[in-house]
Design a protein around this ligand. Structure first.
Ligand code: IPE
Ligand code: IPE
Ligand code: MG
Length: 247
């Protein structure tokens, strides 16, 4: 019943009754993918956007509730302006298309990160996609743009300090602090996937990843696909999550 035949015959079976509720992905390796083919790095970002589309659709088909993707970090501004501009352009094109298809796909979109510094056109598209999709009940996609885990925590601390000054005298608990994060109301990621052969978090979901399972693969993001996602989920289903207890 709950067994979903993975598109990879060698990978085993994916149990759709034990899916991760929340998958998070560091979409990394676009530049190296392009370089290997003698293409400009931006070509890798364009193909990476296609991969994101495929993976989001697959999450929806499987019944994954939340997909959080790292698209642009607070540190990525240190790249050459041309590359940053190209990434922002690809995001703009993607959002234009998403607005056309999101009603059909029932994808709910949210943005994590300080989007106030993005171009007015992008900010408008972001507001529009969030508004249109607010009531949609398909997979919820949280797109991290100008996102950093540390700045998210500092922002939350500042918001709490403001509330305290305004008269909130209650104790600061983990549950309360979480309400100030971009991810307020969303369960922590069960599974964090990092492609491209790097074994680090690069400032992604620092707070929320406390008990996440990690899956690393050498596959570069533009080569990632539905089958690779199935593999990651099957591996996740083999893990024993103990949360500090003895079992
Ligand atoms: C990830 O791919 C996309 C962003 C960080 C915006 P990269 O551009 O980091 O690709 P590599 O890691 O250089 O191959
Ligand atoms: C992390 O990838 C950020 C995104 C994928 C958006 P990076 O390529 O920026 O990370 P580092 O520099 O390899 O740690
Ligand atoms: Mg990278």
């Amino acid at each position: 019943m709950g067994l979903f035949k993975s598109s990879d015959k060698t990978a085993g079976r994916l149990d759709t009754d034990r899916l991760p509720r929340h998958i998070a992905i560091i979409m990394d390796g676009n530049g190296r993918w392009a370089k290997k083919r003698g293409l400009p790095r931006t070509a890798g970002h364009a193909v990476g956007a296609e991969t994101f589309r495929k993976v989001a659709t697959h999450c929806k088909e499987l019944g994954v509730e939340y997909l959080t993707v790292y698209a642009f970090s607070t540190e990525n501004w240190k790249r050459p302006k041309d590359e940053v501009d190209a990434i922002m352009g690809i995001l703009e094109t993607y959002l234009h298309e998403a607005i056309e298809t999101m009603e059909r796909d029932r994808v709910k979109m949210k943005f994590f990160g300080d989007v106030s510094v993005l171009s007015p056109a992008l900010r408008e598209l972001i507001a529009e996609t969030e508004r249109i999709s607010d009531t949609f009940d398909g997979v919820q996609v949280n797109m991290c743009v100008n996102y950093g885990g540390r700045s998210e925590i500092i922002r939350a601390a500042e918001c709490w300090a403001r509330d305290r000054e305004a008269g909130d005298t209650g104790e600061l608990t983990e549950e309360k602090f979480e309400r100030y994060l971009y991810s307020a109301g969303i369960p922590d990621p069960d599974l964090i996937i990092r492609p491209s052969g790097e074994y680090r978090l690069s400032n992604f979901l620092m707070w929320q990843s406390a008990y996440s399972e990690f899956y690393f693969t050498d596959v570069l993001w533009p080569d990632f696909n539905e089958r690779e996602l199935d593999r990651a989920i099957i591996e996740y289903q083999r893990r024993d999550r103990r949360y500090g207890m003895i079992r």
